[in-house]
Each structure stands twice: as C-alpha cells, then as structure tokens.
Design a protein around this ligand. Structure first.
Ligand code: PEP
Length: 257
C-alpha cells in the first residue's frame, strides 16, 4: 500500500565501527540502493547515522549515492567552549542532513531531559538539519499503564518550536525494545503512533501534523519490519543492531515495498 508520507529508514550505528568497517558498511548500503534505483522510484529514503569519527569518511563514501547522512547527537551552541561537543553547524558543514536528538541512551547516560532535547532539535533546525526527536516509555512505565501519558509528555516537552514535516521527524522507541530483541507488536506501535499523530495535528495543525513522519525503533529487523511498516502511522524505522549489516538494513527497507 503506497503511503502519502515517504518512508524514512534510518540506521543508528551507535558507538560502533573502525574506519574500515564504516567504509565497508557505507559501500554496502550505497550498492543496494544503486541496484534497486534503476528499477523504479522507491517508496523510502535511506539514512545512515555513524559515530562522529566516521562521519567525514562515510560522507565521502556516500557522495552521489542518494543515501543521506546523519549524526547521533549535537550541541545547542553554534561554536565555543564546549569540550568534546559538536555543533549542528559542523554537522551540516560536512554533509549531514539529519541529526538524532534525545535517544533514550542519551537520556539515560547523559541525563538529557525533554527541555534539552527540544533545545538541541531547535539548534539543529536553525543549522539547516532535520531533527529526529526520540521519545519512548520504559518497561516499568508500560507495566504501570503510563505508556500514552509518558509519550504525550515527552512529545510535548521535546517538540521543537515551529516544527514542520521538513524539519522534524519523531521516533517512537519503547526503551524496553531497544537492543533487547523484544519488539513492540504492530498494534502496540500503532497505538502510540496514533497518539503521536493526534498530538502533532493538535500542535501543528491538520496539514502539517499529518505530514510529519513518525518512525518506530526497537529491535526492528528483516523479519518484523514489513508488518510494522504496514501500520498506518508507522512511516519508517530507526534501526540499531540490524543497521550494522548492509544486507539486513536493506532487507528492512524492503519491508516498505
Ligand atoms: C536504536 O538504537 O535506536 C534502536 C532501535 O536499536 P535496536 O534496533 O538495536 O533495538
């Protein structure tokens, strides 16, 4: 079933890869896309988000391939005394189109709160990037019946001011499904995506709210992708483990067809 919103299949490589791995993976992803592109217009956009150390190398490798490049985090400032941080302008300068903000691993490891995520998303957009804003409940919150309330609260707190479909993508990533091999059922995913959709329509208006892409993330793989991607408000995936093998990443993308 063709959807109005073009799917986004995004690979989050996390803290993985030496130069040779990054080069080989980028080559593999670009090769799959090249093979398929000759046939027909594809219903998805492909994106890879390597660690900072590999961004330049992967940018070179992907030149002209049609595979987009993104980063996994950014600072809120354009430049200055922020040791160890990277400005969104620096990312844009080396060819990034996207940046992930508020991933649950950053929320957990670095104490990032909704307000920080919102500020990062706004800084990213000001630099010309599209922000992929991550939200999602923990298992304890789901077990307490707080899933919808938590996602509503995180979305409201993290959504950048003046968000549009061009500048903002939302990723629903239930924390209990990330890297665990335990995936949300298509129904569980759609329930939260429908809530996000309704909140986006409230916040951005009918037209824009319906255009924003909402990705599912959490142990998406070649076996479960098609069913998840068939849900009406699942507009793509944020993929961790399965994005580290070009064939698996491509097989997930094929779930859009
Ligand atoms: C992620 O890190 O965003 C993710 C969804 O990881 P995995 O696919 O490995 O669960």
């Amino acid at each position: 079933m063709a959807k109005e919103r073009r799917y986004l299949i995004a690979g989050n490589w996390k803290m993985n890869g030496q130069k040779k791995d990054g080069r080989a993976l980028a080559k593999g992803v670009a090769k799959s896309l090249k093979k398929a592109k000759g046939k027909k217009k594809l219903p998805f956009e492909l994106l890879v988000c390597p660690p900072f150390t590999l961004l330049s190398l992967v940018a070179d490798e992907l030149k002209g391939s049609g595979v987009a490049l993104g980063a996994q985090d950014c600072h809120t400032a354009e430049k200055g005394a922020h040791t160890g941080d990277i400005a969104p302008q620096m990312l844009e300068n080396i060819g990034c189109k996207y940046v992930i903000v508020g991933h649950s691993e950053r929320r957990a490891d670095h104490g990032e709160k909704d307000a920080d995520v919102k500020a990062k998303a706004e800084a990213a957009i000001a630099a010309g990037l599209t922000a992929i804003v991550c939200i999602g409940e923990t298992l304890a919150q789901r077990d307490k019946g707080q899933t919808l309330a938590v996602n509503r609260r995180q979305l409201k707190g993290s959504l950048p001011e003046g968000a549009t479909a061009k500048t903002t993508v939302i990723a629903y990533e239930p924390v209990w499904a990330i890297g665990t091999g335990r995936t949300a059922t298509p129904e569980q995913a759609q329930e939260v995506h429908a809530l996000i959709r309704a909140e986006l329509v409230k916040a951005l208006g009918e037209t824009e709210g319906n255009k924003v892409r909402i990705l599912y993330g959490g142990s998406m793989n070649p076996k479960n992708a098609k069913e998840l991607l068939a849900q009406p408000d699942v507009d793509g995936g944020l993929i961790g483990g399965a994005s580290l093998k070009a064939e698996d990443f491509w097989a997930v993308a094929e779930g859009c067809m």
